[in-house]
Design a binder for this molecule. Sequence first.
Ligand code: GLA
Length: 376
Amino acid sequence: MTKSTDAQSVKSYFARAYGRSPDRIWAAPGRVNLLGDHTDYNGGLALPFALAQRAYVALGWREDTAVHLNSAGFEPWAGTLDHIGPGMPASWAQYAAGTAWALGITRGFDAAILSDVPLSAGLSSSAAIGCAMGGALANPETVGERHNVVNACVRAENQVAGAPTGGMDQTASMFAAAGHALLIDFGRDSMMHVPLDLSPRGLAILIINTRVTHALADGQYGRRRAECQEAARQLGVTALAQATPEDAERLDGILARRTRHVTTETERVRTAVGLLNAGTPEKLGPVLLASHTSLRDDYEVSCPELDTAVEAAMEAGALGARMTGGGFGGSALALIREADRPAITEAIRIAFARHGFTAPEMFTAVPSQSAERISL
Ligand code: GLA
């Protein structure tokens, strides 16, 4: 699975930047969420899988407390461990550096980072960097140690990067399995691998990156989260996913809609897991489409580009489609028959051009393995 060229590239990149060999290399994937969005911070269910696209981190320890970070395409970052903490650094380096802070690392290090996870596309490029960095720094060997890395990455994202996210991305990156989706129950704190066998059935998940960038720290995401907390408070539950779709009707306006999304989305994940376990992924279509409608109308996190991607894919014969991830841009996914790919991608391209939108990037998402140590 690991393309040795990628590991080799990050190793050479490290050598060029620091004039020595790294002590350790870790790789961690981006993720796409098949179903279950805005459920993680509500104690609900999510069903992501890991992408084949990954971030690679080559790490070398230092004798002092200096930290040097190099990532292709970005200004190198240099500081010391004292320069890392809540709100700092305020640059691309916050995920990589923040993970060291959250892990309580006390020794300086040099790191080189390469990634082919599309940036700002709702595919968790930041979580991939955080988890690859966490892997390289902590070298987790047990499930418990992997959980510690997940928790540190989430703390880094929440406190250093200032994005109040819920942990699905990092959990997928550290625990996914090839050929499977990962059912995560945030209420019970449990996980299960669910078979996602698409290509033998002539099926594929097409990712449509709208290239509309989304920022999880821009306030909209936090506002949704606060509304859910308020709805949970009014309903007297500790997490909103404990409520039912009927409970939603007891609330007013916006809070009713938010609650309806969270509770029905959790039900949809249950339905999807049943279909996947029964070996009938081709039946997922209507569940995916219902999720999109709910995110668009009740949770209000879609945008014209995502709606266009979904509508064009459906009109051209997709079995189902939905926006995926945090929303306000980023990517949509479509469950398609492989044979229909040319017609569907063409229809999406035409629809984007007709609306005057930037041409989308499209590729097949292959359910891949979680983060791993790469032997040097
Ligand atoms: C982003 C966040 C996740 C999750 C999704 C929405 O990806 O990082 O924690 O809340 O949005 O499902």
